[in-house]
Structures are given as structure tokens and as C-alpha cells.
Write a protein that binds this ligand. Structure first.
Ligand SMILES: Nc1ncnc2c1ncn2[C@@H]1O[C@H](COP(=O)(O)OP(=O)(O)OP(=O)(O)O)[C@@H](O)[C@H]1O
Ligand SMILES: [Mg+2]
Length: 394
């Protein structure tokens, strides 16, 4: 039997990791937060938790020569948020050089490898799973420009990485040995462009767009990146990134709601829910009374939208022949109405947003999926005769 490595397309965003696996049958969305543990935490009712809670209870030990700190124990994602010493990526850091990026990446792959449904795909013996993946992922344009993608790729490719599940629901005691048969590292801006103009088979679906000069402004949790696309290519020299995302504003809203009304929201996600929900938007309950937080939300988000708009203006001024700018990323969903209003009152640029919120947030992961699937398909075509030969001789 010839088994092909499983496809994984993973976007390690500053705010959250998004991953797509196999033939699109599985995906993961995990907050990019980790906390290092010095000891295993006690086991409480782990047995009766289901798969969802495995994602919310990631507790692992990592063995990999590429980690600066090898054999460390981490809480990852939701579980880490609840711990006092959680770390999030620092806006000024390099994604490719942080242990945190690798920890997130390996945790997501191990979670996928351990799924019940994948028992048939990967070899399992004595609680050890041997998992081989073909990985498509990305780095910010800036890091690719500095050539950091080369080292990042060869590190991942060059060794076996082991994820050991500690007190994780369902998977406790499992060890996953992760290997890569191929790793592709795409620049983020380029990936967004691919996703806009091509379908899953990399056929051009947006003929109108492909030869235009376009901007893609990706507003994330901690950073914003603007890609300039011309002649079907990302113009490296014109791309811009800045350390301003939407997380800070969400935190500010949360703090102000607390100090004004004494209502404590648990997370940024709770704030997003309040400001984007379809019914009763921008309202909270205070001691049982429906209360508007419109003023707080509008003031803080308008402030951020103005900064983002200023940035758009600068880039547009330097790329005057741009035809359209697409706003993507979770931040664009939050700021959409404010940016549209500003634009209507000010310059009236040709700007566009994605109605489907999922599309906006999953843009990069979708793009990596398309690119890596295409790579695998093309590779298979080339390799096919060879494989048939080996099968025949066995
Ligand atoms: N469906 C949604 N609706 C509204 N806001 C969202 C949605 N999903 C995510 N967000 C918010 O948008 C912000 C950015 O999310 P996104 O996933 O684009 O960031 P990221 O890619 O992880 O970060 P970065 O691009 O900085 O690396 C987050 O703070 C999140 O709370
Ligand atoms: Mg992002």
C-alpha cells in the first residue's frame, strides 16, 4: 500500500493559528498563546471530555532539536490563556525565530495526527504515532525578504519532532512523531493574492483581477501588512508592515466597559461577539438592564480606523495606479463600517471587504492549502511512473 503524507496548511497568525488538513475534512483554530509549565498539572475528569475539549486543553511536552528550549512542557491555546504566565508573540519579533511559532505548529499537527479518524492513516504502536506531513505555511513578507524562510524550512524538514500529550483530554499519554516530507513556506501577501484570484485547482477564477494593480491590507491581531501586487507578483520593496492590529483596541474596550459598568468580559473574543453580533449589537447587560456601549466602541474603533486609513492613504499615494484595495484579516471585520464611513467622507478610494467573515479570517490558510495541494498534485504527476515501478517489483 502506498500512503501519501497528509497535507497540512497552517497559518500561524499572531492572534490565532488556523489550520486545514487532508482533503479539507478537518480544521483547527487555536489562540496563539502558550505558557510554559514546570510540572504536570493534576488530572481532573479528563476521561469524559470530548474532542472539542482536547483543543481547549492542549498540554504537551515537546522534543525537537530545533527548539531553543528542548523538552519543555507547554499549555497551548485556550488552556494557556487561563494561566498566569502566558506569552503572546511580541509584535517586533521574527515569527521564524520564535519557539512559540514552532510550539503552535507542532501542537496543531499532533492534534490532527491523534484524531480517531486518522488511525487508519498513521502507524500506531504502543501509544506512539508516526505522522508524516506535507506542510504549506507562511511567513511575513519582511522575513521572507530577509531570507529567513530558508532556515525555517530546513529546520522543520531536517528532524523528527515529538509531541507528547500530557494532561490533554482524550489524547493523554499519546506521543506523536512528526516528520515532514516537504515544507513550503510562502510569503503572506502573495498567498492572499493567490486566494483571491484562484480556485482550489489553481485555475484563475478572477480574470478581471489578475492583471490589476491591487493592494491587500491585512489587519490582524497585532500587526497590519499591506501587499502591493503588480504584474501578478508581490512587489517586495513596496510591501509594508506595521505593528498595529486590533487586539489593543479590543482590550481598551474591555477595560473601559469594566471601569464604567463593572462588567468583566473574559476575552477579546467576548468583545468581538458584542460588537459584531447581529442582534442587539453593542449592548451588554448591566445588573439585568440592557445597556448600550456604543459610545465606547465607536470612539475606540474609529480611532484605530483612522490610523489604518492614514496608512492606506500613504501607500496609495506611493502607488497611484492602484485599482482596488482589499481589506482582509479579522481586524477588517471589526473595522469595516468605520473604514467605509471614513472613506465615503474622505478620499473615496475603491476599497472592498469580504462579506463572509470566515473568508476574511481564513484567507491565508486557504491560500496555503491551495498552493500546497497544487504542489502535491504536480509532484504526483511527475513521480507516478516511478512509483508504479516500485510497486511492480515488490
Ligand atoms: N469572525 C470574526 N469577526 C470579528 N473579529 C474577528 C473574527 N475573527 C477574528 N476576529 C478578531 O480579529 C483579530 C485578528 O484576527 P486574525 O485572525 O486576522 O489575526 P492573526 O492573523 O492571527 O494576526 P496577525 O495577522 O497579526 O498575525 C483578532 O483580534 C480577533 O479577535
Ligand atoms: Mg493574519
Amino acid at each position: 500500500m502506498l500512503k501519501e503524507p497528509r497535507i497540512a496548511a497552517i497559518d500561524v497568525g499572531n492572534d490565532s493559528l488556523k489550520a486545514i488538513f487532508g482533503k479539507l475534512e478537518a480544521d483547527l483554530h487555536i489562540p496563539n498563546v502558550i505558557a510554559q509549565d514546570t510540572a504536570d498539572r493534576p488530572i481532573i475528569g479528563v476521561e469524559d471530555l470530548d474532542e472539542q475539549e482536547a483543543t481547549e486543553g492542549i498540554h504537551i511536552r515537546l522534543h525537537s532539536p530545533i527548539l531553543q528550549e528542548n523538552n519543555a512542557i507547554y499549555r497551548v491555546g485556550q488552556l494557556a490563556t487561563k494561566s498566569g504566565n502566558a506569552t503572546e508573540l511580541d509584535p517586533g519579533s521574527n515569527k521564524s525565530e520564535e519557539d512559540q511559532t514552532i510550539v503552535m505548529l507542532l501542537a496543531a499537527l499532533a492534534l490532527d495526527a491523534a484524531r480517531e479518524e486518522n488511525k487508519a492513516i498513521f502507524k500506531r504502536s504502543n501509544n506512539v504515532i508516526e505522522a508524516t506531513y506535507t506542510l504549506g505555511t507562511g511567513l511575513p513578507l519582511r522575513e521572507v525578504k530577509e531570507g529567513k524562510d530558508v532556515g525555517y524550512r530546513s529546520q522543520l524538514l531536517g528532524s523528527v519532532h515529538q509531541v507528547e500529550f500530557l494532561v490533554t483530554p482524550k489524547y493523554q499519554g499519546l506521543k506523536v512523531n512528526i516528520k515532514f516530507d516537504e515544507v513550503k513556506v510562502y510569503p503572506e501577501g502573495f498567498a492572499a493574492f493567490i486566494n483571491l484570484v484562484m480556485d482550489n485547482n489553481l485555475n484563475v477564477v478572477n480574470k478581471e483581477l489578475i492583471d490589476k494593480r491591487i493592494l491587500i491590507q491585512d489587519i490582524g491581531g497585532l500587526s497590519t501588512d499591506v501587499a502591493v501586487i503588480q504584474n501578478r507578483r508581490v512587489d517586495d520593496d513596496k510591501a509594508q508592515g506595521f505593528n498595529l492590529g486590533v487586539s489593543e483596541s479590543l482590550d481598551a474596550i474591555r477595560e473601559e466597559i469594566f471601569s464604567k459598568y463593572g462588567v468583566e468580559l473574559d476575552s477579546r473574543a467576548d468583545v468581538v461577539e458584542i460588537i459584531t453580533k447581529k442582534n442587539d449589537r453593542n449592548h451588554i447587560m448591566v445588573k439585568g438592564s440592557r445597556t448600550s456601549v456604543h459610545e465606547i466602541v465607536d470612539r475606540i474603533l474609529l480611532e484605530l480606523a483612522k490610523k489604518q486609513y492614514r496608512h492606506l492613504r500613504n501607500i496609495w499615494a506611493r502607488n497611484s495606479q492602484t485599482e482596488i484595495c482589499y481589506f482582509i484579516g479579522g481586524g477588517s471585520i471589526v473595522l469595516k463600517d468605520y473604514l467605509k464611513a471614513l472613506n465615503n467622507n474622505l478620499d473615496g478610494y475603491n476599497i472592498d471587504f469580504f462579506e463572509d467573515e470566515k473568508e476574511s479570517v481564513w484567507m491565508m490558510a486557504n491560500a496555503y492549502y491551495k498552493l500546497i495541494t497544487d504542489f502535491v498534485n504536480k509532484n504526483r504527476e511527475v513521480k507516478q511512473p516511478e512509483k508504479e515501478k516500485t510497486v511492480a517489483t515488490k
